[in-house]
Write a protein that binds this ligand. Structure first.
Ligand code: NAP
Length: 311
């Protein structure tokens, strides 16, 4: 019998209390799940978000793993009391949601839908046929669970998909590059640039005056990753000078995005309110249960966060 402590947001407790026990049973794990802990030293696993009740992990001396319900762990890795193995969320529902957001926003810009939606003015613009996907270069920075899936969906539609990651990768349908030398080449092929990197010291401010200048003129930037990856001033200048055509931003340095932020009113910026994708409890509980079952069977945990790289 393992003891699992739910330390996520209190509003989600009832959902996880309902969905996680059957998923654990299906995975062959006999467990007790509670959102109140009497003896922290008896807790085997913690289901966690940083907006829940738990900040000090020190008393959880026997805890075998902490499972983040969020894919991004930048608000967790800085907690120095968390020395237990930490796993980030990789959930098929979250991945599908992100793929849908990315494909939707790519297709909007690829097809130039805005002009037809906003200019129903009686003018017959028959010179506006869009190019085929095969003639459009896409660049995705970050080829993890989310970037790889979105990239493969776009490649399936025929786009020329170029991806960039820290380590070398081979992903069917994608041209993959890595390391600092791969970044410039990838950016140069970013008619539409998609940011799906984690937020780390290395990726903070990665999209700046220099990197934006390496994008083709007229490029579009989509950011469903994390806000601080972009130097906002540099992005606004690139839009105003016409080097960039548009940006669609889901994540921001400050969230909610302040009412007076220039992004809200900018004619070339679309703001979506950090809804590109969310963890779906229905599928996330299966991912959690399977990872606990693996650990119980002596197999390595999946999706462990590397404290050195921060993701
Ligand atoms: P992941 O599986 O950890 O993948 C991260 C990718 O980024 C990997 O390919 C990694 O390279 C690459 N990378 C990391 N640091 C790099 C660097 N310095 N240089 C080059 N490449 C680097 O993460 P994920 O699950 O795909 O999620 C990505 C991010 O999406 C999350 O961290 C989160 O911030 C964001 N997100 C946003 C939403 C939303 O609603 N807007 C929802 C979920 C997630 P390697 O493969 O070589 O390690």
């Amino acid at each position: 019998m393992v003891l699992i402590y739910y330390a996520g947001h209190p509003d989600n407790w009832e959902t996880y209390a309902r969905l996680l026990p059957p998923a654990l049973a299906e995975a062959g794990v006999t467990a007790t799940l509670d959102n109140v802990v009497r003896d922290p030293a008896a807790v085997d696993y913690i289901v966690y978000t940083p907006d829940g009740p738990l900040q000090d992990f020190t008393p959880f001396t026997q805890t075998r793993a902490v499972f983040s319900l969020w894919a991004g762990v930048e608000k967790i890795v800085g907690n120095t009391s968390l020395t237990q193995p930490l796993c980030r969320m990789v959930d098929p529902g979250l991945t599908q949601g992100m793929t849908e957001w990315v494909v939707g926003h790519v297709m909007r810009h690829h097809l130039g839908l805005d002009i037809h939606i906003t200019q129903q003015d009686g003018v017959w613009r028959d010179d506006l046929a869009p190019p085929l996907a095969t003639d459009r270069n896409i660049a995705i920075l970050g080829l993890g669970a989310l970037g790889a899936a979105a990239g493969q969906a776009l490649a399936g539609l025929g786009f020329q998909v170029n991806g960039w990651s820290r380590s070398a990768k081979q992903i069917p349908g994608l041209t993959c590059r890595h390391g600092p030398e791969g970044l410039s080449r990838t950016l140069a092929l970013g008619d539409i640039l998609i940011l799906l990197l984690p937020l780390t010291p290395e990726t903070t401010g990665l999209i700046n005056v220099q990197t934006l200048a390496q994008l083709p003129k007229g490029a579009v930037v989509l950011n469903p990753g994390r806000g601080p990856m972009i130097d906002d001033t540099a992005l606004l200048v690139a839009l105003d000078r016409g080097h960039l055509a548009q940006a669609t931003l889901d994540v921001f340095a400050t969230e909610p995005l302040p009412k007076d932020h220039p992004y809200w009113a900018h004619p070339k910026v679309t703001v979506t309110p950090h809804i590109a994708s969310v963890t779906r409890p229905e599928t996330a509980v299966r991912a959690l249960a399977q990872n606990i079952a693996r650990d119980q069977a002596g197999q390595p945990l999946l999706h462990r966060v590397d404290r050195a790289t921060g993701y």
